[in-house]
Structures are given as structure tokens and as C-alpha cells.
Write a protein that binds this ligand. Sequence first.
Ligand SMILES: *Cc1c(COP(=O)(O)O)cnc(C)c1O
Length: 609
Amino acid sequence: MTDYGLKIWADDNFIIEEAQVKLNYLSKPSLLTITKEIRSSGLRGPLILRFPHLIYKQISTLYSTFERSIKEVSYKGSFHAVFPLKVNQYPELVDAVVKHGQAYQYGLEAGSKAELILAMAKTPTYAPITVNGFKDTEMIHLGFIAAQMGHNITLTIEGLAELKSIIEVSKKCSLKVPSIGIRLRLHSSGSGVWAKSGGTDAKFGLSATELLEAIHLLKTNKLLKYFHMVHFHIGSQMEDITPLKRALREAGNIYAELKKMGAKDLHAINIGGGLAIEYAQHNDDRLRTYTLEEFSNDVVFLLGEIMDKKKVAHPDIFTESGRFIVASHAVLITPVLELFSQDHQEKSLHIKENNPPLISELIDLNKTLNAKNAIEYLHDALDHMESLFTLFDLGYIDLQDRSNAEVLVHVIIKKALVLANNHQTIELQKLQASLQERYLINASIFQSLPDYWGLNQNFPTMPLDKLDQAAVRPASLWDITCDSDGEIGFSSKSPLYLHDINLEEEDYFLGFFNVGAYQETLGMSHNLFAHPSECSIEITKDGYEIKNINESSSLLKIISNLGYDENQILIQLKNSLARSKFITEEEKSDTLQKLELYLYQNSYLRTTN
Ligand SMILES: *Cc1c(COP(=O)(O)O)cnc(C)c1O
């Protein structure tokens, strides 16, 4: 039975038990049970489930791993971390990050004014705030205000103009000066699709020449004592450790040189984010080639080595990994609404008492098909189908015979493909692709999995139950947008098989895992589908608690968020209905009630699923 690659991507967070996916924590509740309970209140559409214990797990793993590396090589600096808000700014998540980070003095990183305001409101004063990204004078002034409030805040300058703004603000106001950080423009660049953050043509950071100019400016304006940190970030989802090692050597040497040039209060090196998450479901697709231990050992060892060589004190280490901290905490659950079955099920066979000989042979092939004869029988079946079609064209068999031939051949192909799974040929792959089942999911890929749309990023996908039954249908997933890009196609290289189900008799839910990083705020309201309903699940020893169910926006809210006047729209609709003829007054008021009900429901489909 397939486990949908759980061992590869799930990091022991989920297990399969009693044919269902369960949380591998305390009472081990099943995702299906939780989903059904939430839906029992009438909530429909896709659902984001957040599991705060998984955020805590990542934060504590990050700290304990670095602490271990530091101890092992007697590194003299300390370890600190901040959560980059751009990865996910939703309140439930940020509150969980702040709450679970308390024990470690885990801080927040902001990349824009709105994020800075969030960081100032949410970070306890003992935890650090770092500020990256382009800043105007106003944003820099906000940094001074934060410092005055008692925050341990570092403004990382991305260019000399920002430093000039800091100097200007420091002269104009008497507020406390925040710590100053400088982003380094390294010549070593990152790897993977997100590698644009490093390299000499990177969007951010100061070159060596600009660094010298910056030190000069800081000195002449008596601000050098506030220069506390150097920073680099080589890109997200770093799949290989080599670029980081190169960047560390470069940044470490720059740090040591700056210390020697008189930056005496410089004490920290911020290595940015980039720790990768495993999204692969198949062994051949594995992305991450290193462990967290290797990562932390390399950082601590390399920095220690460089500083010892140059006789400079070991710097404190800051990281800003975000994806690593929160990707695993969220699961997107989508109901399947429909199977666009192109092929036919055995139950639609209507075998006659007397069948044409070729049909009888197909019946036999179907009965005696096994792993050994699968390919041979498959070829026979395809051959028979051609002959039967010819017989139909010539008028020798009737429509029922033709339908039986279609159904039988489809069934045989499906079974043979499963049986011959171990020796895939191009012919089989082609047949398989032609037999895909389209599963219509009640969700928008643009809204909930934008990185699939934009970067072809796989998100581990599996059904929530039936995990003791063979899943034989090659699946492609269609979302409910009317855009043909809203599809996760079947890939014979990394195939997804789902179950044969009768949705009239039972529900079928798919879980998309590791969706907690980036997807939610990158999501687009294409076709006006809104952010899904969401809630947090606190797992306890005996069960679980569902906290803060936030339903997806209502139709009226979505429309008013675009800038329309919701009252005007409501009045317009009501008036049009009131004016309409050929409808009794009773029907009118009934219809109006329905209309109002619809307007306050969310944007996703509500049919039985
Ligand atoms: C995006 C970003 C991060 C977070 O990167 P992850 O890949 O999510 O760890 C950290 N620091 C900076 C400066 C960033 O721009």
C-alpha cells in the first residue's frame, strides 16, 4: 500500500493508522475526524488546519541543534533567531510563533512598514527585531520609535542611501538610535529557483567599496558604536549546503576585516534564512541534501575557524529561517466534489447471454489477468477493441456490445497498469496518461497553492482515509476556478494515484501538506475565491481542541474588499428582483431570502461537499 511518501516529507509529524492520516502527537487524532467535526457546523469549502505544536517543534529543534553545535566546538558566541514575517503574517500563526518562541527569546523580522508595525506590537522587548528590505525615512523613523520603546531592534541597511537617512533621522530627533546592520553583497550566490538573493548582481546589499564608505560615514557621524550586525541571505529553499559554506567564508572574512578596521561594537553575523523543507513524495524527487545538524555544524565551525585565524572574537549568530519554522504547521484540506470519469466502471457492464466471441474473450482476459500476463493481455485487449470497433462500423455488433467492449478494455488497462507497475514502458506511460481521472477539488490553486502555479512546487498530497485500500486511479486535480491553469496534472514521473470512490455514498478529502510557508499571503483571489476558512488545533493527551474558526470571507465582503459599495450592490440586487414580473409576491420574498443567504456565505462550492 502506498504511504504517499510520508516517510520522505512528513518528518514524523504524521502517521498512517487505521487507514487514516493521523497527527503523530499525544492523542494522535485523525485529520478526517477533525475535518468532519469542523464541517458538522455547516462550514463548507477548503480548510486550513494549523497545528501550533509543530511550530514549537521547529523552533525548539532549531535552537537545540545550534546549542549542541556551539557546545561541541566550544564556540564563544551565542545563538539567536527571528521569524521573518513575510513567510506568513496571519494572526493565528504569528501569535503561536511569539508564544512558543518566548522560552528562547525568539524575535521577528520585518521587511516592510506594515510588518514592522506588527513586529513592534508583537515582539516582547527582550526578543530581537531585525528590519530588512528597502526603507524610506519614515520607516527608519519607525525604527527609532521602536528603539525608544525599548525594543532590541536592528535596522539592516540595504544601500548607502538608507545609511544617509539613518544619519539624517539621528540628527533630527532625540529618540534612541537603533542598532545598525549592514547587508553584504556577496560574490557567492545561492542555488535553486530562489537563488536571486545572492551574487554581485543581487537586489540588496553593499559591495566592499560601499562598505568602506559606510564605515567612513558611520565614523564621521559618530554612529559607529551602533553598528552591531552584518547580514546576508542567499535565497530561500536552499537545497544544497555548498553555496552557504561559500557565503559563510566570504561573510566571515568581511566581518573579521570590519572588526580589525575598528568596528568594535560589531558583534553579530546574521546568516538570513534559506533552510529547506522536503516537499518530495517520491525518492527520486528528493530536494534537500543536508540535515539541520550539518547546517548548524557548518555555520558554527566555519565562523569559529575564520575568527580564530584572524584573531577576532567569535560573533553571535542570528538566523532568519522562516520556511523551516512554519511550512509544516499547516495542512490544506479540500473536499473532492466530483470525478470526471472518462472511463467506465465494471458496474456499467450489461453482459448479454450470448455475446460476440471477442467480447467473451475480453471477459476471460479480465478474469484471468495477473502480474505475469498483464502486458500480453493488455495488448490482446487493445487489439480486440480495434476489431470490435470495426465490427460495429460494419454493423455486426450493436451499441450495447460496443459499450461492453469499451468498459471491459478500460477495466483491463487499468488493472494491467497497476499489475505491471514495476516495468514502466513509454507505451504504458502513454496509456496511463490517457486514463487519468480528474478529481475536482473545492479549492483554488491560485489562492491556496500559488507556488504550484508559479514555480511548479510540489506540495505533498494524499487522501485522508482509505489508506488500507489500493489507490489505482492516476489522478489529476482540477480546482474550481474557470482557469485552465488551475490544474495539478498527472505526472508519470511523480505519479499521484487516488481511490475509486462514489461521492454519492461517501466523502473524500485530500490533504495538501507543508503549506504553512508563503502560500497564504502569496495567494491570489483569482475568480474572487478568498483565503480559505482556517482554525488552530491544540492537541491534548486525551483529544484535541478546535480554536478560533475563521470562516472564509462572504461574497459581499469579497466584493466590498475590491472597493465596491456593498450596500449599493445589495440594493441593486433587491430592486432588480422587486421589479421583476411573472413571479408571485410570496416567491419574491422567498427568493430574496435565499439571495441574502447566499451573499453572506463564502465563495466556495456548497454542494453536498
Ligand atoms: C525571505 C527572507 C528570509 C526567509 O527565508 P526562508 O527561506 O523562508 O528561510 C530571511 N531573511 C531575509 C532577508 C529574507 O528576505
